[in-house]
Design a protein around this ligand. Structure first.
Ligand code: ADP
Length: 541
């Protein structure tokens, strides 16, 4: 989702030194005991949080384990009461939550208000539906022979789910995974980003304020604290960079615990000649610049059919030029805010500079501005797939636009990426849009829109390729993923002293049992095992 790793991307490309480097002791990254939280737009320190040690994390997990069985035992309806109380708290505290969120992100007011509203919507969905989603299932048996049993699938939560989140949506990111996990009956330990931990702490304050059972806790700190969560929890839900996701996956494999990862993206938008160009330009400007481009499903590449390329680029550039950038208070005056930190500015600037050095043109924007971490909303043209602005996740306010000959070239280039989070197709023909959507290597495709999959919890949200493993939401899957499945069989008919295939083996009985299995599963005359029947006849003579 975010990409700290690529700030140093240019350095990584430097040729390896010929002489063996002098051995130096590896630098051990020591997290500071206290983390200062800054407003990236002003540089002002707005709070501080402790770095919690591995021991402290282990202790919190032990405590969560103590309370989880009771949380599970009250069932989805009991949990619904608490989740809806939290929902009320989110509604009642919206303005305050937006203040806190703005203080640690420097987002425009409207962007800051999105997190609480989105959190309210999602909390209601999983609070109300969890009972249905978690109900025992009685699948119909696969064969007539299996009808002698009543079959039941039971969903039993993992005791402690660890949720590790990034900085781009400091309240919504925790909520989108914490709530389904709590609704499933798990206890949850959240490790928010060290860049924006204050909103997550507000969420924990809300949980305590409503008097809910102590099955949700937050630990603060950086990578080492996150690693301790991975070492102690029973399931890990992670959103962040592909590099960190890979480390977490390796740690989970070592512990043999399940995980779900939502990672980086490089979402393409395809604009076809029959599209409503005004809608496409405004939609793509929003999709690329919302939250200053710091969204996992931001539009990061645009492919436009040649006949409408010039007209589309003119409209897109005008829409991007119109954006107002700056620091909002409670009043809404701006569309685009600052980037989360200096590292993000370096990545965006590098992508723009490398593109320009290789022949790209900046139609608007292209440089940092103001005192904080602001980067101008930028449109780039004459770009191609050799450039970092097309190949690497930027996670900033840039829209590189590529002219393509036709639909086939657009699809081919859109699929030419290691990532596959989401995509959009802009066309006047919805059937054509859907046909193309099915050809794109992405976990989601929006036709004539951006982000709309994100507002539909009934759909799964997951990345393909290096964009992730697993998915969140998808209706029932959104809570069932936090559960272990248990299969229970129970006899329907009165049972005999022995089943046909139990010891001691007796060929005639076995042949009847296995023959019945074959008869039920195979097709045509093959159902009947003639040689076996003949043998059976011989045996029973
Ligand atoms: P970014 O810093 O760009 O948000 P990261 O993927 O590095 O992206 O961080 C996302 C989250 O993962 C943050 O909460 C961070 O503290 C946490 N994190 C970083 N390294 C590790 C790690 N090795 N194990 C667990 N969590 C980690």
């Amino acid at each position: 989702m975010t990409n700290t790793e690529s700030a140093a991307g240019a350095a990584k490309k430097a040729p390896a030194p010929k002489a063996p480097a002098k051995k130096v002791a590896p630098a051990v990254a020591v997290d500071p005991a206290v983390i200062e939280v800054r407003n990236p737009g002003t540089g002002e320190v707005v709070g501080s949080v402790p770095t919690e040690t591995a021991d402290a994390v282990a202790a919190k997990v032990r405590e969560l384990r103590l309370y989880q069985p009771e949380w599970e035992a009250i069932g989805p309806d009991g949990r619904k009461e608490w989740l809806l109380k939290l929902q009320d708290w989110l509604v009642d505290n919206t303005e305050h939550l937006a203040d806190v969120l703005q203080s640690e992100t420097s987002k425009p007011r409207v962007d800051a208000l999105i997190d609480p509203a989105f959190s309210v919507d999602l909390t209601g969905y999983y609070a109300r539906r969890a009972a249905k989603f978690l109900a025992d299932e009685h699948p119909s048996p696969h064969s007539p022979l299996a009808r002698v049993k009543k079959l039941t699938t039971v969903y039993k939560p993992y005791p402690v789910v660890g949720v590790i989140t990034p900085w781009n949506f400091p309240l919504a990111m925790p909520v989108i995974d914490v709530i389904p996990a709590l609704a499933a009956g798990a206890a949850v330990l959240l490790k928010p980003s060290e860049v924006t931990p204050l909103s997550a702490l507000e969420l924990a304050r809300g949980w305590a304020e409503i008097g809910a059972p102590p099955v949700f806790a937050v630990v603060t700190g950086a990578g080492a604290t996150g690693a301790a969560v991975v070492e102690n929890a029973d399931y890990i839900q992670f959103t962040g960079s592909t590099a960190t996701g890979r480390k977490i996956a390796a740690a989970c494999v070592e512990r043999l615990i399940p995980y779900s990862l939502e990672l980086g993206g490089k979402d393409p938008a395809i604009v076809l000649a029959d599209a409503d160009l005004d809608r496409a330009a405004h939609g793509i400007a929003f999709g690329g610049m919302f939250n200053a481009g710091q969204v996992c499903i931001s539009v990061e590449r645009v492919y436009v059919e040649a006949p409408v390329y010039d007209a589309f680029v003119a409209k897109l550039t005008a829409a991007v030029k119109d954006l107002r950038q700056g620091i909002d208070g409670r009043e809404s005056k701006h569309d685009v805010g600052a980037l989360a930190n200096e590292n993000q500015v370096l990545i965006v600037q590098r992508h723009v500079d490398e593109a320009v050095a290789a022949g790209a043109k900046v139609l608007t924007g292209g440089k940092r501005t103001g005192v904080g971490t602001f980067f101008e909303p930028t449109v780039l043209v004459d770009v191609d797939h050799t450039m970092s602005c097309i190949g690497e996740e930027t996670f900033g306010p840039t829209l590189p636009v590529v002219k393509v000959a036709d639909e086939a070239e657009a699809v081919r280039l859109a699929n030419d990426s290691v990532y596959g989070l989401s995509a959009s197709v802009w066309t006047g023909d919805k059937d054509r849009g859907e046909r193309i959507a099915r050809q794109l290597n992405a976990g989601a495709v929006n036709i004539n829109d951006v982000f709309s999959n994100l507002f539909n919890f009934a759909l799964p949200m997951g990345g393909w390729g290096q964009s992730g493993v697993g998915a969140r939401w998808g209706g029932a899957s959104g809570v069932r993923k936090y559960c272990r499945q248990k299969a229970i069989t129970r006899p329907i008919l009165p049972t005999q002293q022995k089943e046909l295939i139990w010891f001691p083996y007796q060929m005639p009985k076995l042949l009847v049992a296995l023959g019945a299995m074959r008869a039920a599963g195979a097709r045509g005359l093959r159902r009947v095992d003639i040689p076996a029947l003949l043998k059976l006849k011989g045996d029973t003579k």
